[in-house]
Ligand binder design. Structure first.
Ligand code: LMR
Length: 339
């Protein structure tokens, strides 16, 4: 009887151990692949909403095998750190502004910063959805990064505490810029003093007078509340700000092929979504800035805008050697650029 008890006791123990093993290996098999997606803007911006949309599609299409953790608003990393984090594999996905790619060793992306290079989204898409855009993304691969897609934001306004109606109004103003040498040259062409600064620091710098003004699409001006500390906003649409979605190459290529296919399809649909909402989102946010009564909106007539264009287009030739004359010519040809 005692012996019987011992045998069944051992059986129970073995069964219990087997059950624990089965449970842990199941749990391990079910452990989701985590994609940390870090960005610096608010959730209710074109990039913020598109990141959330990608999360939704990626998790649905992989049936939970992938979990996307989105960290908005520089919560996890600021501009420069997020690039380093991606290369080190501390995050898997980013969508930095195209003005911030020089530290990766690919200066050519600064072509998107050339003032007045695109008149509208249709011209821009000839590049971002065409062969030139693809060629640029391919340049990231040797840096250990894969460029999956371009996501739109929009055309920039200029803001300050004095009205900027003509380019010479910018003379002597300290203007915050992203870390692009083209934007530096653009501000110098206006007689301003450019100051590179992380996005997360701009509001406070404007508020305390560390800088006098800045440029950004309305979505950023509004959601970061910059308009509350800038008295005038000129709708100059003098340049473009947009993104490329980047992933760590080693991580991406190490994914099971079926998962990568599902994520590629989630990215393709998120890109359509991003590019669909960007224009409307910026129009809405510009209207909200106007309605706030905190900043006066200055609209330019076509003739007034041409004066800005004449002042800034010489930046193209001045900076051609940085970006590549041939590349600029390719863009001119694709968009039928006219001075
Ligand atoms: C900026 O720094 O002004 C922008 O790049 C922020 C962003 O990601 O839109």
């Amino acid at each position: 009887m005692g012996k019987c008890m011992t045998i069944s006791g051992k059986m129970m123990l073995l069964l219990a151990i087997a059950a624990v093993f089965a449970f842990t290996s199941n749990a391990m098999a079910a452990d989701p692949i985590i994609i940390k997606f870090s960005h610096v803007v608010a959730v209710d911006t074109p990039k913020g909403e598109a990141a959330e949309y990608f999360k939704k599609l990626a998790e649905e299409r992989t049936k939970g095998a992938v979990k996307v953790e989105v960290y908005p608003n520089s919560q996890l990393y600021k501009d420069k750190e997020e690039m380093e984090a991606l290369q080190m594999g501390a995050v898997q996905m980013l969508a930095p502004s195209l003005a911030k790619f020089a530290p990766l060793g690919v200066k050519e992306f600064e072509l998107f910063d050339l003032p007045f290079i695109f008149n509208d989204y249709d011209e821009l898409h000839k590049i971002t959805l065409g062969p030139v855009g693809k060629k640029l993304l391919d340049k990231l691969q040797p840096k250990g990064i894969i460029g999956l897609a371009y996501w739109d934001n929009g055309f920039k306004v200029m803001s300050a505490n004095k009205p900027l109606k003509v380019p010479t109004d910018c003379k002597g103003l300290k203007m915050r810029i992203q870390s692009s040498k083209i934007l530096d040259a653009q501000m110098r062409a206006l007689g301003s003093i450019p100051q590179v600064m992380a996005f997360s620091e701009v509001y406070q710098a404007l508020q305390t007078g560390v800088v006098d003004g800045t440029e950004n699409p309305p979505s950023n001006l509004y959601t970061q509340k910059m308009f509350e500390v800038q008295k005038y906003v000129t709708v100059s649409n003098h340049g473009y700000l947009g993104y490329a979605v980047l992933v760590n190459k080693k991580f991406w290529e190490g994914l099971p092929a079926d998962i990568r296919t599902q994520l590629d399809s989630a990215m393709a649909d998120s890109t359509i979504f991003a590019n669909d909402i960007a224009k409307k989102n910026n129009e809405k946010d510009l209207a909200s800035v106007a309605a706030s009564g905190k900043s006066e909106i200055i609209k330019l007539t076509p003739e007034e805008r041409q004066v800005w264009k004449d002042a800034l287009v010489p930046v193209h030739d001045k900076m051609a050697s940085r970006i590549g004359k041939d590349l600029i010519q390719e863009v001119y040809q694709a968009t039928n650029f006219k001075k």
